[in-house]
Ligand binder design. Structure first.
Ligand code: GLN
Length: 307
């Protein structure tokens, strides 16, 4: 991929998206998420051959939120294997919002709505809660090549205090026999995972590892088994943008995962990983300006996997 061309198209797309700067609203259902500067925008790209583009607020730490569901899915697949994971979990998209009770029938619809991520979180191995979460943090640090990834205490406490919907989802899953673990342990780890503070560079780097078939960009180490990369990217395409996943596969056309913190992580297989950050969301909970930029880039550079 020609880096100059990529850079030029990125600059144009960001410029053209400026008119959306004040459109959409930050998430407030987790009170601490409202305490961000609403108009911030950052974009990072990391290519599979290690080249980088960074524009705007790329150093800013924001909470990873639902993008953490990608890490939990990969860990559940690594720890228990695909057959076990998908006995407990569906793989189809859901027409309901990410925290809706209807996302659960006999099991959660997919790993990228809350009920699904609560399920994958229950499948992360470790001798105790602390070790299970430490393993999760270590993966994020290794794959993003950033040992300084932080944990946003305020976001964590704010969500723990207001998480009755997720608690309800936990009990519905428990009543279906999906798991029988300590509710506070699973909820704590799910919400702690959502409260990890990342910047666009971190998520672009993790996305680049996925774009590189799960291989580290610096060494030959296979960070993520290639089959698990394949399953994860398939799920990001079908369910990564909640109930509007199909729509964005039509307009953007590569695997995506968004979070209500304002991040969108995208994977262009064989080419690059990308992350946009802009905390104003649309009604579905996806970053509004992030989508606008990704749509223009995809169109200008022919990035859709379906063309
Ligand atoms: N922590 C958030 C929640 O459980 C994650 C949701 C999201 O990013 N869509 O509601």
């Amino acid at each position: 991929m020609d880096l100059n061309l990529l850079n030029e198209k990125v600059e144009n797309a960001i410029k053209n998206s400026e008119k959306y700067k004040t459109k959409g609203n930050v998430a407030t259902y987790i009170p601490e998420l409202a305490n961000v500067f609403e108009d911030n925008f950052g974009l990072s790209i990391v290519t599979v051959d290690g080249k980088e583009i960074h524009k705007g607020d790329t150093d800013l730490r924001f909470s990873v939120q639902s993008i953490s569901k990608v890490i939990s899915l990969i860990m559940a697949l690594e720890d228990y294997g695909k057959d076990f994971v998908y006995e407990k979990l569906g793989c189809e998209s859901s027409p309901y919002p990410f925290n809706h009770v209807n996302t659960i029938t006999t099991k959660a619809a997919n790993p990228f709505i809350n009920a699904g991520a609560i399920s994958t979180t229950s499948m992360i191995k470790g001798k105790d809660s602390k070790e299970k979460f430490q393993r999760f943090m270590d993966k994020m640090k290794d794959w993003s090549k950033d040992k300084d990834i932080t944990f946003l205490e305020k976001v964590y406490h704010s969500e723990m205090e207001t998480t009755d919907t997720n608690r309800a989802l936990y009990y519905i899953l428990k009543s279906k026999g999906i798991f029988d673990l300590d509710v506070e342990d699973v909820l704590n780890r799910y919400i702690a995972g959502c409260s990890v503070g990342v910047n666009t560079y971190n998520l672009a780097y993790i996305a680049a590892v996925l774009a590189n078939g799960g291989k580290s960009l610096d060494s030959n180490e296979q960070f993520i088994e290639s089959d698990n990369v394949k399953f994860t990217l398939a799920q990001m395409s079908t369910a990564g943008m909640y109930e509007e996943s199909g729509k964005y596969q039509m307009s953007i056309g590569f695997p995506l995962k968004s979070g209500v913190g304002g991040g969108i992580m995208g994977v262009v297989p064989g080419k690059f990983g990308i992350c946009t950050y802009s905390p104003r969301l649309d009604n579905t909970g996806n970053s509004l300006r992030g989508i606008i930029v990704l749509e223009e880039l995809s169109k200008e550079l022919g990035l859709s996997l379906f063309e």
